[in-house]
Design a binder for this molecule. Structure first.
Ligand SMILES: *Cc1c(COP(=O)(O)O)cnc(C)c1O
Length: 411
């Protein structure tokens, strides 16, 4: 097949890679056309250089308000230096799965430090948070079991649960009554049930009521699994996450190294038995190349900073308060929540309006992503604004003014 060079008009139309007329393309092209008509077509923006607060995107400078780099560690020179030294010492790849030849002393040290930080017996390192959820859920559940899951849970939890073959019982967001009902029903049927929730909901920024959920689980002899991708490193006096903040430890805790730690990878923390079981059975772990040891070295450096510099979390929380307070002063539709998290949605409902707003903000030098279905439910398109410890107060004020002006200018 000859390679077709992408023409500028094709690129502009989103036909990148180009439509070439094969059987598959004929099937896919109308879907793309439909997405475009409904303002649901997605394109990538290209970042040049560091993924920091000030960044260069598609050739222009802007201030980033949509990353998950809550502590600014993705561009911290100490973390980058740990990665560089790790690559120099160990090389690039781990060369095998962890059970064959890929398990490095850096991996083991990171697992031990994560377990120690979280006050858990063990932790197990995966390549990504996505792979962690897929591997853990498929290993823990099978046909005949029940999974009780909040409707706003992350996509990886949904896919992992589906792949497990367990019966999926979706409950309305934060509906404790529905949760209790499903758990009691499973107990009556003598079926094993796993209650699964995000710690901090990724598109809404609210926090799960872990004490209430844990109590419901205990009463029905169900297990509780929490995905704390957005709470880990951020919430709690020591940064241990939603569980620390709310004083409730779930049996299974999952998080990512790609958000507050500014690295890449995922992990699960829990009992000796849980981790040993996953080592035997979690297919995304058993049959996947272990992550680069240098990335583990970088994550260790990032974790050390999380432990030793609580002032980073303090600054993040000051920034969140500055944003929420400033939004309320300006009459912006931003809720003040009981628990402040770095994820602050500004719901605009309509998909096209969300896109227009996001473009308008970009023209003013602020990068805020428009989040549309299927990432969020229909009719709840939003700007998802995220705060970082690395933001300066003036940048937050600037964003607030730009938001107020852009909203006023909307038709
Ligand atoms: C980002 C995220 C994941 C996936 O983690 P990755 O390391 O990015 O694959 C899982 N769960 C939640 C709640 C997330 O926000």
């Amino acid at each position: 097949m000859t390679r077709h060079r992408v023409r500028p008009e094709e690129k502009a139309a989103g036909l990148d890679p180009p439509y070439e007329g094969g059987v598959l393309d004929a099937r896919l092209a109308p879907v793309l056309e439909d997405l475009r008509e409904r303002s649901l077509y997605r394109v990538r923006r290209v970042v040049d250089g560091a993924h920091a607060v000030r960044m260069r995107v598609d050739g222009r400078d802007c201030i980033n308000f949509c990353s998950n780099d809550y502590l600014g560690l993705a561009s911290d020179p100490r973390v980058a230096e740990a990665a560089r030294a790790g690559f120099a010492r160990v090389g690039t790849g781990s060369s095998g799965s962890a059970l064959i030849s890929g398990f490095n002393a850096e991996h083991r040290a990171l697992e031990e430090e994560l377990a120690d930080f979280l006050g858990r017996p063990r932790a197990l390192l995966f390549s990504t948070g996505w792979a962690t959820n897929m591997g853990v859920l498929k290993a823990l559940l099978g046909r005949g079991d029940v999974i009780v899951a909040d409707e706003l849970n992350h996509a990886s939890l949904i896919d992992g649960a589906r792949a497990s073959g367990a019966e999926y019982r979706r409950i309305a967001h934060a509906d404790l009554g529905a949760c209790e009902h499903e758990l009691q029903q499973s107990a009556l049927d003598r079926r094993f049930a796993l209650l699964v929730t995000d710690g901090v909901f990724s598109m809404d920024g609210d926090v799960a009521d872990l004490p209430a959920l844990a109590q419901l689980a205990r009463r029905s002899s169900a297990a509780l699994m929490v995905d704390d991708a957005h709470g880990f490193g951020v919430l709690g006096a020591r940064g241990r996450g939603t569980a620390e903040l709310l004083g409730e430890e779930p049996e299974v805790l999952v998080a990512t190294l790609g958000k507050s730690l500014g690295c890449a990878g995922g992990f699960v923390a829990g009992s000796q038995v849980l981790i040993e079981y996953l080592i035997q059975r979690a297919r995304t772990w058993v049959f996947s190349t272990a992550p680069p040891p240098a990335m583990a070295a970088a994550a260790r450096a990032a974790l050390r900073i999380v432990r030793q510099e609580p002032e980073l979390r303090a600054r993040l929380h000051e920034n969140i308060e500055r944003f929420v307070g400033g939004a309320q002063q300006r009459g912006l539709p931003v809720e003040r929540r009981a628990v402040a998290t770095p994820i602050q949605p500004l719901i605009v409902h309509d998909d096209a309006r969300a896109l227009v707003l996001s473009r308008e903000l970009m023209s003013r030098g602020f990068w805020v992503a428009a989040i549309r279905p299927p990432t969020v439910p229909r009719g709840t398109a939003r700007l998802r604004i995220t705060l970082s410890a690395a933001h300066e107060p003036e940048q937050i004020d600037g964003l607030l003014d730009a938001l107020a002006e852009s909203l006023r200018a909307l038709p």
